[in-house]
Design a protein. Structure first.
Length: 303
């Protein structure tokens, strides 16, 4: 039985594409195929028009050093190096001068909030701090494509949430193209622009979180997502329709959750103008559309 079969998808520039599934579903094998840490037996892996399955070993090494960033669950820090030297290590491999790589490493350590810990060794850092060093190291080379394979799975729940917050903050700043692997449905729905759900080595469904939770492809996906609260997952932009010149006195962000709209609807608001930070034309959202989702959420046991 193949570890991954018939897995076809595209990752858009600047998006967080989450691949999720239970243990043994094939998600980690799939991301390792993308970087050719595992050699695919067939198919294509296309990056900017180039099939990576056909590039030479030398070219692949160059791509990994300059184009790809990778973060894994076990952090992978070198225990005999300080945080600064761990972050600078990929730049040393590239042949960068000492002053240049240390300056870049300090910049990345500041970016992930670890200023003052440059001289600490891994055993002197907490799990969350170690993972921040791993993230800083992967960003040091300025990757276009960022792979993260269950990077927060080994962390305590509170630290895990903090690292998710940090990850989203970094993405707002850097706008990387990201493939993120997780088995945690809540983490997937919190982080993903789009996600793919895997089962038995195959992709069962791909879509935005709202699409998947509102229109699951099959019973497996429905069961997988049944405990996810719709009013927190669905955003105003997910339900909005083209404005066609119409406007409303009440204006909301497309990223506002339905939970945020409830008090305003309770106060009498019936129509909202939905605006986006992404140069998308304003749209219209009716209170009835929101209430329909809330009724559905209540029927399935949501808060």
């Amino acid at each position: 039985m193949p570890a991954v079969a018939d897995a076809s998808f595209e990752v858009m520039a600047g998006e967080i594409f989450v691949i999720m599934g239970l243990s043994g579903s094939g998600k980690s094998t799939l991301v390792r195929c993308l970087s050719r840490l595992v050699e695919p037996s067939m198919g294509e892996i296309v990056l900017d028009g180039r099939d990576l399955s056909k590039v030479s070993g030398k070219e692949l090494i160059k791509l990994r050093r300059h184009t790809m960033g990778m973060v894994f669950q076990n952090f992978g820090l070198l225990p005999h190096l300080t945080a600064l030297d761990n972050v600078a290590f990929p730049l040393k491999i590239q042949g960068k001068a000492l002053r240049e790589r240390q300056a870049r490493a300090r910049e990345m350590i500041a970016l992930v909030g670890l200023e003052g810990r440059e001289g600490s060794f891994p055993h002197q850092l907490s799990g969350g701090q170690q993972q921040r060093v791993g993230i800083a190291r992967s960003l040091a080379v300025g990757p276009e494509l960022w792979f993260l394979d269950e990077p927060f799975s080994a962390l305590d729940p509170l630290i895990r949430k903090q690292m998710q917050d940090e990850f989203l903050r970094l993405q707002r700043m850097l706008q990387k193209t990201i493939v993120f692997i997780t088995h945690d449905i809540a983490e997937a729905f919190r982080l993903a622009d789009r996600l793919a759900i895997m089962r038995g080595g195959r992709i069962v469904q791909i879509g935005r979180p709202a699409e998947i939770v509102l229109n699951p492809a099959d019973d497996y996906v429905a069961q997988f997502t049944e405990d996810m609260p719709l009013m927190r997952i669905i955003k105003a932009g997910d339900l909005a329709t083209p404005a066609d010149g119409a406007t409303a006195d009440n204006t909301i962000s497309s990223s506002a959750s339905l939970e945020e709209l409830v008090p305003r609807i309770a106060s009498g608001a019936r129509v909202f103008t939905v605006v986006s930070d992404e140069n998308i034309p304003p749209a219209i959202l009716s209170a009835d559309a929101v209430l329909d989702v809330l009724k559905r959420d209540a029927a399935r046991g949501g808060p």
